[in-house]
Design a protein around this ligand. Structure first.
Ligand code: NIG
Ligand code: FE
Length: 405
């Protein structure tokens, strides 16, 4: 099957083969071709250039002078969850903080109760609605975490739903085991025993069934300590499962340093960052990932993305789509917040949402840029004056078509 997209006003996000992430100054540039075409064969980009492709194809798509760009990659989400937390939304508006809601037994534990009562089929159905929602908004790859189970059975239930999404949805999916998202209700006051459960019962079963690409820990004030995180990562390493860590959302937690020590693929959140975290990331393969939708929703500080980039580091952005701290998976809004609130240039924010977020979920060899040999998961926009227009006029419905697989 051969498809030609022609009449492309601007083909944006071209990278040479082998570029797996962009850091420092390189984040400020997006390579583009004007008046271009692009050829897809069996779902893979096989050619692109200026003007028209001379060969015949099975299908022709007229881009009508719009932008064609790689789909967004969303490297941090919790989109498998049951129901929602609209009641807590009222508490939040009334002035309660995320920590206060959690301390009352709400928050993550509230979602765990709802998930426990929901069948696997129903959980899949609700989650697929969100998958379809984000695909329509231009997301072509998504990482999904467990962490609303918090018992052996319910964590496995979540991960099986993620596996089913992997098998049935056209989007590229990576599964992340986040048993250490909060201490399950039955273990309240026995946190260390809960960590034992994660290490000695959950992880072996998850590994045996091959249910997780990554392992995660909420390493933060009031959740899991650096020592507990290290115990879990140590155990995961025995099964060859690489970490991606929740760090420094609520406090400077040491999560970045422990993540780097265990070669985490990414450390995520980073709302609270000192220069020590920036130093710790230098020379590592760990992608600092910021979640501006969470800062927006919870009223937290935004990550210091500019400082990271000025220090020569890469930065990725992701949605954190979840029912408690970021009930939106709109990556275009994330890109806009990157510009508006974190003061990234449109080019830096674009790269943070595409190639670098692809890296942060381990798919930048197959997604995240316009590169021959990569998957043709693409966004076609209506004609827009510039790349900057996409985050600038962030509510204008510019996305005309999303091509996935
Ligand atoms: O990334 N911070 C921890 N976990 C999620 C929130 C989960 C929830 O509140 O349901 C996050 O923000
Ligand atoms: Fe998260």
């Amino acid at each position: 099957m051969k498809t030609v997209i022609y009449n492309i006003g601007t083909l944006a996000g071209i990278l040479p083969e082998g570029t797996l992430k962009l850091e420092g100054e390189a984040m400020g540039h997006v390579e583009c071709l004007n008046d271009a075409y692009l050829v897809i064969e069996d779902g893979i980009i096989t050619d692109f250039g200026i003007g028209q492709d001379g060969d015949s194809a099975n299908e022709y798509i007229d881009a009508k002078g719009g932008f064609v760009m790689p789909c967004f990659c969303d490297s941090h989400t919790h989109i498998v969850y049951a129901g929602c937390r609209d009641g807590e939304f009222r508490d939040k508006i009334a002035g309660l903080s995320y920590e206060e809601i959690a301390a009352r037994g709400g928050g993550i534990l509230n979602s765990a109760d709802l998930l426990h009562e929901t069948s696997e089929d129903e959980l899949y159905r609700q989650s697929m609605e969100r998958v379809n929602e984000i695909m329509a908004m231009g997301t072509g790859a998504v990482e999904i975490k467990s962490g609303y189970g918090l018992t052996v059975e319910d964590e496995l239930k979540m991960l099986r739903v993620i596996r089913r999404i992997k098998e049935t949805a056209p989007i590229t999916v990576k599964a992340n085991f986040l048993g250490a998202h909060a201490v399950g209700r039955a273990y309240r006051g026995r946190q260390s025993e809960y960590v034992d459960l994660v290490c000695n019962e959950m992880l072996p079963k998850v590994a045996e069934e091959g249910l997780a690409d990554y392992v995660d820990v909420f390493c933060d004030e009031g959740f899991f300590t650096v020592e507990e995180t290290a115990r879990i990562l140590e155990k995961a390493a025995e099964y060859g499962i690489r970490p991606k860590i929740h760090a420094n959302e609520l406090e400077v937690s040491g999560g970045v340093q422990v993540g780097v020590k265990y070669d985490a693929l990414s450390v995520d959140h980073l709302e609270k960052t000192t220069d020590a975290e920036i130093e710790a990331l230098r020379g590592s393969g760990t992608m600092p990932t910021m979640l501006p939708g969470c800062s927006f929703f919870l009223g937290l500080p935004y990550g210091r993305a500019k400082d990271y980039i000025n220090a020569g580091l890469p930065v990725a952005l992701a949605s954190d789509y979840n029912p408690g701290s970021s009930p939106s998976g709109n990556m275009r809004f994330v890109m806009a917040l990157g510009c508006i609130r974190m003061r990234l240039t449109p080019e830096q924010s674009f790269n943070a949402c595409t190639i670098n977020s692809a890296y942060a979920m381990g798919v930048s060899d197959i997604l995240g840029s316009i590169t021959v040999g990569k998957k043709a998961n693409l966004i076609i926009t209506r004609p827009v004056p510039s790349l900057a227009f996409i985050p600038y006029s962030h509510q204008t419905p510019v996305i005309e078509r999303v091509i996935i697989s």
